[in-house]
Write a protein that binds this ligand. Structure first.
Ligand code: ZN
Length: 272
């Protein structure tokens, strides 16, 4: 059952406050200029801590979570409590839904099923309720966030190419939307046509829409094992996907220790 491990893990992270230690206001934090957009944490505590430390070093004062906080790795309680303690907008992912429900999970692959059945046992009823209450789509300031797709957010389809992106763009009423679910960072833009962009950074242009996959904190699948998340700099009008190293052996050790499938540990080294 739930321990207070999550609360302790959250305490160790010193979240940015608008005040310096000497009592003076820090303007970078008073005016929210940089957002850290992160998701697909999948109970990987070391990865989450590394991403949050990096985002603080980047001067991010605002956070938005794209869901799939739990599932796959061995620290669902700790990750859930950290995200909850951040009091930031969060949308629900398919693994959050699977962990929160009592459904058969037959639509998921066997590895995901085993991990979610284990995860259900770790979470308290109240934590599962918190996951159940998360919304599928949210607007944060002038941008939108969703876990999977905007055209059918509860069906958990994957946006992997420009045709999938087109379907989401037709339901996107803000200039920028951030999403996850594929665990592969990707930037799509739409003016008279929809294109996938190369690279991990984009300067936002007026009159152009962007549908941006920020990658995965806890289980990247683009062949790079390092955690991924995005920094949205509101003033500079840029979005950058960043990669962050974390204590991979520690995460893998915990997965094996918990009796979760060893493949879940192995795939983390491969970024698959
Ligand atoms: Zn995921």
């Amino acid at each position: 059952m739930a321990s207070d491990g999550g609360a302790r893990a959250a305490e160790r992270l010193d979240f940015p406050s608008a005040h310096h230690k000497n009592g003076q206001l820090n303007p970078a934090l008073v005016f929210p200029m940089k957002f850290a957009i992160f998701g697909d944490i999948h109970a990987n505590l070391e990865a989450l801590q590394a991403v949050l430390a990096d985002s603080q070093a980047q001067g991010c004062a605002n956070y938005v979570c794209l869901g799939d906080i739990v599932g796959y790795a061995a620290n669902p309680v700790e990750c859930l409590e950290i995200v909850r303690s951040m009091n930031c907008p969060v949308v629900r992912g398919n693994h959050d839904e699977g962990a929160a429900s009592n459904s058969s999970l037959e639509e998921l692959n066997p590895l995901a099923q085993r991990a979610l059945l284990w995860t259900r046992d770790q979470l308290a009823d109240e934590q599962r309720q918190w996951l159940r209450d998360l919304k599928l789509v949210r607007q944060v300031r002038d941008f939108t966030v969703v876990h999977a797709t905007l055209d059918s957010p509860g069906s958990w389809g994957y946006v992997t190419n420009r045709f999938d992106a087109m379907a989401s763009f037709s339901y996107q009423f803000t200039q920028v939307c951030f999403y996850g679910h594929t665990h592969v960072p990707r930037i799509f833009e739409k003016d008279d046509t929809v294109r996938g962009l190369r690279g991990d950074e984009v300067h936002l242009h007026r009159g152009v829409k962007y549908f941006i996959n920020v990658g995965s904190v806890g289980q990247p699948r683009d062949g790079d094992w390092r955690s991924a998340y995005a920094v949205y700099d509101v003033q500079a009008q840029t979005v950058q996907v960043r990669r962050v190293e974390y204590d991979l052996p520690a995460t893998q050790g915990k997965i094996l220790e918990a009796g979760l499938p060893s493949l879940l540990a192995e795939r983390l080294s491969l970024g698959k």
